[in-house]
Structures are given as structure tokens and as C-alpha cells.
Ligand binder design. Structure first.
Ligand SMILES: *[C@@H]1O[C@H](CO)[C@@H](O)[C@H](O)[C@H]1NC(C)=O
Ligand SMILES: *[C@@H]1O[C@H](CO)[C@@H](O)[C@H](O)[C@H]1NC(C)=O
Ligand SMILES: *[C@@H]1O[C@H](CO)[C@@H](O)[C@H](O)[C@H]1NC(C)=O
Ligand SMILES: *[C@@H]1O[C@H](CO)[C@@H](O)[C@H](O)[C@H]1NC(C)=O
Ligand SMILES: *[C@@H]1O[C@H](CO)[C@@H](O)[C@H](O)[C@H]1NC(C)=O
Ligand SMILES: *[C@@H]1O[C@H](CO)[C@@H](O)[C@H](O)[C@H]1NC(C)=O
Length: 344
């Protein structure tokens, strides 16, 4: 039976001049192609979409009221390869999720909204996108990908008390901003800024997001993190693939940190105060320029992995301070492995 249901139901609605295609699949997704006129939208209101929870509009040139037309029908709307001069997200729109993919919107008008909790925008041209998000006070997840945002300002997110996840990869972000009198993102738990062009990180700005548990900063061009990071709930910090030489951990307050990743940077000396990270379980510092290794700071009882692979370590001191049954120490690709092996 399931297989039968899986067969694609395909039909064509022909009305007036234009012709649109509708295909619904067993995932309860209906895909509508080549919608161009308000009349077609109007006719769709009487069309039965069955159990569909999601409508995907592709290759369409949308009238401004497109979102209003679909909001009574589904919870999730996807616009892919669409174009529109003007698109309106109506007041208290009942949609819960919207994704825009390769879509171009000349003017986006977003009214106050208490329902939409997921917004994703990928590789799209939307003029003044960030200011238009201001009214989306119910957002829990916002995901902007492959957009061109040289300066990302968190100020536009300050009304979003429920915001839990912000994903901002591949946006060519060079700079982050947050007005000094503003608070943003008090409830944010995940911030992903990987694959951008950040060269410095202002720890004070990031520290204002007190609930953060996961911070992703990999694959930027970060040389310096200035100020001190105070994030009491942070458990994962990824700084891999940057240009960091050192981190001033002694001034940080990140006592919950379990995973610290600084793989592929320019680190020549182990940071001071590593011992302060009492909950540390994994420390990845492979592909750096360490020449010697002192294992004395690593007395944390929870440690399971220390990855020092592909450095230039010639000398290891204080091997005896580690409880080697519990901790795996990776040393592959260092000169020292000529007369030692991984301590696992
Ligand atoms: C829309 O949302 C606002 C703000 O929460 C609220 O005051 C208003 O009553 C809502 N309107 C409707 C029709 O639900
Ligand atoms: C926010 O919504 C209100 C009414 O719901 C509207 O008047 C205002 O222009 C909107 N603001 C933005 C920045 O779109
Ligand atoms: C913050 O997040 C928690 C858990 O994720 C949730 O219970 C709480 O309601 C959120 N606070 C606000 C203001 O949304
Ligand atoms: C922050 O300060 C600026 C000017 O200094 C002011 O325009 C703005 O309204 C302030 N914002 C808040 C949230 O107080
Ligand atoms: C250690 O780091 C190297 C180089 O980045 C990586 O290939 C390897 O998988 C890592 N080992 C573990 C156990 O994570
Ligand atoms: C490895 O051997 C070199 C000399 O060949 C010595 O200087 C170095 O201390 C040794 N390293 C360890 C970890 O035993």
C-alpha cells in the first residue's frame, strides 16, 4: 500500500492563459510549477491539496499576495527559483516555516507575526532582507546561507526572544555588529558563523548571548579573539581552519566547555590556563605548529581525547601526569613519533 501511495500523483491545471503543474508526493509535499498570475492563485484556493503539509512553489513569478493565498492551506511554504517585485507576509500569518531558495524579491514586506518559527533563505536576492525581518518575533530558527552580507547586525534580531538557532554560513560576513545598548539573542543556544570572512572576534559581543551552548566559528580568517569570553553554558567551541596564534584563556569564563577545536591554525605554544576548563573532554589541536608538549595541564578527569597530530612536536614532558587508560593522545605526524606512538 505504501508503495502505491508513493506513486507520484501528477496533474495539470489549465486555466485562462497560463498552465501550471501540480505534483503531490507521499511526503505530503505538493510542488507547483510556473505559477504566474493572481488568477491562478485564486483558482488554487479551491483546489484540494489533501493532507499536504508543505507546498513548494518553483520556477514561478509570484504575485504579492502569494503567501496569503497559501497560508490557510499548509504550515510550510518553500519558494524555489521564484521571482517577484513585491511579496507580502501578512499580519499574523499562520505559516510556521518558510524557505526561500534562489529566489529574488525586490521588496519584502513583513507584518507583525506571532507564528512563524522557522525561516531559511539560501542563495537569494532580497533587497533589505535584514531590516524586513524585524517583525518576526516568534522565530526560533533563522538560517541564512550563501547570501552576501558583509556586515551582519544582530540588532534586527533583538525582538526575537525565542530565537534558539542562528545559522549564518557562506555569507561572506566580514564584520559583526550589535549596538552597545541593545540586547539580542538572550535565549540563543546555537550560533553558526562558519565559512565566512571574519578576521577578528569581539568576545564581548558574543558574550552578550548568555545562553549559547554551541559556537561555530570554523573556516574564517580569524587572527585574534579580543576581550574575554564569558559564556557559562558553552559546551562546544569550534575555531578550526583559521589563523589563530594564541588564545587568552586565562581571562575566559567558559567552565562548561566540553569540546574545544582549534585544528589547522597557527598555534606555536599551548595556551596557558587550559587547566581551567575542568569539564573538557576533547581537545583538538592537530595541524598547528607546536614544537613541544607539556601534558601537566591535562588533569581534567573527564578528558577522553587530546589530538596533537600533525604538529612539529619533538619533546613531550610530564607524560606521567595523564591517566593514560582514560585518555587517548594522538601524536601522528609529529617528529616525536620516531620514538613513541599514540598514547591511547
Ligand atoms: C496579531 O499579533 C498581535 C501581536 O501579538 C496581536 O496583538 C494581535 O491581536 C494579533 N491579531 C490576530 C488577528 O491574531
Ligand atoms: C512591522 O509590522 C507593522 C504592523 O504589523 C508594520 O506597520 C511595520 O511596517 C512592520 N515593520 C517592518 C520593519 O516591516
Ligand atoms: C528560552 O528557551 C527555553 C528552552 O529552550 C524555553 O523554555 C523558554 O520559553 C525560552 N524563553 C523564551 C523567552 O522564549
Ligand atoms: C540605543 O542608542 C541609540 C542611540 O545611541 C538609540 O537611537 C536607540 O534607540 C537605543 N536603543 C535602545 C534599544 O535603547
Ligand atoms: C586528529 O586530527 C587529525 C587531523 O585533523 C584527524 O585526521 C584525525 O581524525 C583526528 N583524530 C581523532 C581521533 O579525532
Ligand atoms: C626521542 O629521541 C630523541 C633523540 O633521538 C630524544 O631527544 C627525545 O627526547 C626522544 N623523545 C621521547 C619522547 O622520548
Amino acid at each position: 500500500m505504501k508503495l502505491l501511495l508513493a506513486l507520484l500523483l501528477l496533474l495539470t491545471v489549465i486555466k485562462g492563459s497560463g498552465s501550471i503543474k501540480i505534483a503531490c508526493d507521499y511526503d505530503y509535499t505538493c510542488t507547483i510549477e510556473q505559477l504566474t498570475t493572481s488568477q491562478q492563485l485564486h483558482d488554487l484556493a479551491t483546489y484540494s491539496f489533501g493532507d499536504a503539509g508543505m507546498i513548494k512553489l518553483i520556477d514561478s513569478r509570484l504575485p504579492p499576495e502569494a503567501i496569503s493565498s497559501f497560508q490557510p492551506i499548509v504550515n510550510y511554504l518553500i519558494l524555489e527559483r521564484c521571482r517577484t517585485d513585491h511579496l507580502i507576509l501578512p499580519p499574523n500569518c499562520t505559516l510556521q516555516s518558510i524557505s526561500l531558495i534562489q529566489t529574488s524579491i525586490h521588496r519584502l514586506e513583513v507584518f507583525h507575526n506571532t507564528q512563524l518559527y522557522y525561516l531559511s533563505v539560501t542563495n537569494s536576492e532580497i533587497s533589505s532582507l535584514l531590516p524586513s525581518l524585524y517583525n518576526l518575533t516568534a522565530l526560533e530558527t533563522i538560517r541564512l546561507w550563501q547570501m552576501h552580507i558583509p556586515v551582519f547586525s544582530f540588532d534586527v534580531l533583538r525582538n526575537m526572544e525565542k530565537l534558539n538557532v542562528i545559522e549564518l554560513s557562506y555569507n561572506r560576513i566580514e564584520q559583526l555588529q550589535l549596538a552597545s545598548n541593545a540586547t539580542c539573542c538572550r535565549n540563543l543556544s546555537l550560533l553558526d558563523l562558519s565559512f565566512n570572512r571574519l578576521s577578528t572576534i569581539d568576545c564581548a559581543l558574543i558574550s552578550s548571548m548568555q545562553a549559547l551552548t554551541v559556537l561555530q566559528l570554523s573556516s574564517n580568517v580569524i587572527q585574534e579573539l579580543y576581550g574575554s569570553l564569558h559564556l557559562p553554558h558553552l559546551t562546544e567551541l569550534d575555531l578550526s581552519n583559521n589563523r589563530i596564534k594564541s588564545i587568552d584563556l586565562c581571562r575566559w569564563q567558559t567552565g562548561s566547555l566540553k569540546g574545544l577545536n582549534v585544528v589547522n591554525n597557527r598555534i606555536e605554544h599551548l595556551f596557558d590556563c587550559l587547566g581551567q576548563l575542568q569539564n573538557l573532554m576533547t581537545f583538538q589541536i592537530a595541524d598547528n605548529a607546536l614544537t613541544q608538549l607539556d601534558l601537566a595541564p591535562f588533569t581534567q578527569s573527564r578528558l577522553v581525547l587530546l589530538n596533537f597530530s600533525h604538529n612539529r612536536i619533538e619533546v613531550i614532558r610530564n607524560r606521567d601526569s595523564l591517566e593514560l587508560e582514560a585518555v587517548c593522545v594522538k601524536l601522528k605526524g609529529n617528529p616525536v613519533v620516531r620514538n613513541t606512538t599514540d598514547l591511547c
